[in-house]
Ligand binder design. Structure first.
Ligand code: GZL
Ligand code: ZN
Length: 340
């Protein structure tokens, strides 16, 4: 907390008076109460506004921050799960500003609608670090930096993989009928993956994108949308799932319809995230290829805060390393050592 602002300072004073008369033994003069937890006054207080808990990827991402921003590491983490609603993130950020946190970390569910609240954080002198998804704002100075994945690259990689795969299968002349389960519309991951894949789609005149619909990155919605696709289109050759949980839902729907998928099935399945459960599904023959999106961003953000604490400038845009997996690979090792 080390903020010497009035709001928090008063809070500190009130707390000390309170504890001195009640003689609470565990508060010393350099500790303060934060949401009824005693916080060491030297701790760096971080407010993290998380999208929600919609997917395996999201769970791993949350765990990465909870395991990094611990008291033992010199932090106090205020964590808010927005249940996939932007208004909850706006409320959380304003709450962090009121509490005079030292840093705000934001994973913005969608790219737009952040200018006002980020200006309030800037006016309060609180640096904002964007993680995973990003924002579209008038003034890029409204946030210190962004760290995450190159979603467009992920989408392009999926397109290139499919092109090579179809060539190997001798299907480069055949009409290829594709459907896409998109992520949360206007989220950077959805925009990037869709645009990246489209770059390759537009070079293949025998590929036909029948329809794209959002499954909001959840398994339930992914299944629903896939059922609609199966009822609407006689012959589907490829399903693009913009995250693994929607892909799991799509696979359930495909099997329920009496069809098969994966390298030995009727329908080719491409997915994103490459969480452990998806690699197991690939090993079981249901997924052809999966393009990794690394959720373990906690340590990267701690490094950035460390640099900022020492007055260093940090790169505005910081990509994380990622790879991909496909059914031709030996997945045993990857599944065993997978951190998420
Ligand atoms: C991607 C992240 C997406 C994941 C989904 O970085 O924003 O959100 O791909 C998650 O699993 O819901
Ligand atoms: Zn401490």
């Amino acid at each position: 907390m080390r903020k010497k602002g009035t709001g928090f300072g008063l809070f500190l004073l009130a707390f000390l008076l309170l504890t001195s008369c009640t003689g609470e033994e565990n508060a010393s003069e350099d500790s303060v109460l934060y949401e009824d937890e005693v916080v060491d006054s030297e701790d760096i207080v971080v407010g993290y506004s998380q999208v929600g808990s919609e997917s395996d990827w999201r769970t791993a991402n949350t765990e990465s921050f909870e395991q990094t921003f611990t008291e033992a590491n010199g932090y106090f983490l205020l964590f808010e799960d927005a249940q996939q609603k932007q208004e909850n993130q706006l409320k959380a950020i304003r709450n962090f500003i009121l509490q005079e946190v030292d840093y705000i970390i934001l994973d913005p569910i969608v790219e737009t609608g952040w200018d006002a609240v980020l200006q309030e954080a800037k006016d309060a002198g609180i640096p904002v670090i964007l993680v995973d998804r990003t924002v579209k704002v008038e003034d890029e100075d409204l946030y210190t930096c962004w760290v995450g994945s190159d979603f467009t690259r992920e989408g392009e990689q999926a397109g290139e993989w499919l092109k090579n795969y179809l060539e190997q299968q001798g299907r480069s002349e055949e009409e290829i009928r594709i459907v896409t389960l998109q992520g949360t519309l206007d989220s950077s991951s959805q925009i990037g993956r869709t645009q990246g894949f489209q770059k390759v789609l537009h070079t293949q005149d025998n590929w036909l994108m029948l329809e794209s619909q959002s499954g909001d990155f959840t398994q339930a919605k992914g299944r629903e949308v896939m059922e609609y696709f199966l009822n609407t289109y006689e012959d589907i050759d490829v399903v693009i799932g913009e995250n693994d949980n929607m892909t799991f839902g799509a696979i359930d729907a495909i099997k329920a319809a009496g069809k098969t998928c994966g390298p030995n099935g009727d329908i080719i399945i491409l997915s994103f995230d490459a969480v452990r459960a998806a690699l197991v599904s690939m090993k079981n023959g249901d997924i052809n290829a999966d393009f990794e999106c690394n959720p373990l961003l906690g340590p990267r953000v701690a490094e950035i805060i460390e640099q900022l604490e020492h007055g260093e400038t940090v790169d505005k845009i910081q990509y994380v390393e990622e790879t991909y997996f496909d059914s031709s690979m030996d997945l045993k090792e990857s599944i065993k050592e997978r951190a998420y």
